[in-house]
Design a protein around this ligand. Structure first.
Ligand code: ADP
Length: 404
């Protein structure tokens, strides 16, 4: 059973082809700079010995339709998928599902229109996601396709946590509320935690920290998301690579008056020029750690601020949950930075979270426990796999619709 997962950007298509029988990746790749002369396809195909063989093509690809055809062409020429008729389904990542989409949804023309209606809520992210869906749906309407939303996992957040304290009618009429993002990743790692701990997910209280370029923390009670640090957009919450995270909203009015920048310019400032990049000029955590170790004061400050904000969120969600069975670290920084994990969990014995420094440092890859023997709360490092989660949800959604 083959499933193709597509994450479409404005000038790129990222994809993975899964054999869902054994959840192996048969091929994966990234087609970049669509519409430019220097389009580039970086593709990898699984060989019989399990190794991935790389291939790079640099001929121009004028639009997403040609891009999709090119990807199917490479699947055929490399033998990963001889005929696209073999596809059981296609899963599409969609960032914002608004209040309409609570779960993965089979794509129809009506669903495409409803996703289009959510564009004002996610003007940066949803249009390119939608473009990918429209292209593949127009090309292959015969293959079942599913939209998997980053916001869907958080639709269980209760009103007290999703409302902002704005005039109610105004917020309600404009759909201003916390939606939350990274839902596919938080869902994947919480399921993996339950499997690892051999306990039903419905019984577990968890704090999931997804720390990539974008970053968010999610409070999970009885297996369901009950709060998360990202809000109406991915700008709220933790300090991220280039996003400010939480900030006094009045700073924006002050900046506008003082600098004369337009709202669009301030939007870009907070989303693209702030966060770690804004503080120390660099947004890659590896580089920041190296700079801090070499004595760079700004990098140290950025790291201090990043870990302090993260620790505050862990504390906040421990208070919200009352009992925490495990804290989970995932994504690029969460899986790889023992320094960030150590500092985020430092002096949290009051909250029953005690790290084993050695285990934390020794963690290399895969899933591992890094809490001390006497720590009532487990601390887990779990590699995320958003593409596999999308593929699994795609299969479940298609099978569910066939049974109806
Ligand atoms: P994305 O949100 O783009 O999917 P990732 O989950 O790949 O991001 O995370 C990217 C971040 O992970 C970058 O800031 C990168 O520096 C960081 N990262 C990757 N490896 C390490 C490492 N060994 N130590 C510290 N940070 C790391």
């Amino acid at each position: 059973m083959m499933v193709l997962v597509i994450n479409s950007g404005s000038s790129s298509i990222k994809y993975q082809l899964f054999n869902m029988k054994d959840r192996t990746v048969l091929a994966s790749g990234l087609l970049e700079q669509i519409g430019e002369k220097a389009s580039r396809l970086k593709h990898r195909t699984r060989q019989e010995n399990g190794e991935m063989e790389a291939l790079v093509q640099t001929d121009p690809v004028t639009d997403h339709i040609k891009g999709f055809d090119k990807i199917l062409g490479v699947f055929a020429s490399t033998g990963a998928l001889k005929d696209s008729d073999e596809l059981f389904g296609i899963g599409h990542r969609v960032v914002h599902g608004g209040e309409t989409f609570h779960k993965p949804t089979l794509i129809t023309s009506a669903v495409i229109e409803t996703i289009r209606e959510q564009i004002p809520l996610a003007p940066l992210h949803n249009p390119p996601n939608l473009l990918g869906i429209e292209v593949t749906f127009a090309r292959r309407p015969d293959i079942p396709q599913v939209a998997v939303f980053d916001t869907a996992f958080h639709q269980t957040i209760p009103p007290q946590a999703y409302w902002y304290a704005l005039p109610y009618e105004l917020a309600d009429s404009l759909h201003i509320r916390r939606y939350g993002f990274h839902g596919t990743s938080h869902q994947y790692v919480t399921k993996a935690a339950a499997q690892y701990l051999q306990r039903p997910l419905e019984e577990l209280n968890l704090i999931s920290c997804h720390l990539g370029n974008g970053a968010s923390v999610c409070a999970v009670r009885d297996g369901k998301s009950v709060d998360t640090s990202m809000g109406m957009t991915p700008l709220e919450g933790l300090i991220m690579g280039t996003r400010s995270g939480d900030i006094d909203p009045a700073v924006i009015f002050y900046l506008s008056r003082k600098t004369g920048k337009s709202l669009d310019e301030l939007d870009a400032l907070l989303n693209k020029e702030s966060g770690m990049k804004g503080i120390c000029g660099v947004n890659d955590m590896r580089e920041i750690e190296d700079l801090a170790a070499a004595g760079n004061e700004r990098a140290r400050l950025a790291l201090d601020m990043y870990c302090y904000r993260l620790k505050k969120y862990i504390g906040m969600y421990a208070a919200a949950l009352g009992r925490v069975d495990a804290v989970i670290f995932t994504a690029g920084v969460g899986e790889n930075s023992d320094l960030v994990r150590a500092r985020a969990c430092a002096d949290l014995s009051l909250l029953s979270i005690i790290l084993d420094e050695q285990k934390n440092k020794e963690h290399a890859s895969g899933l591992s426990e890094i809490q001390a023997k006497d720590s009532p709360t487990k601390v887990l490092v779990i590699p995320t796999n958003e593409e596999l989660e999308i593929a699994e949800q795609t299969v479940l959604c298609i099978q569910g619709s066939e049974n109806n």
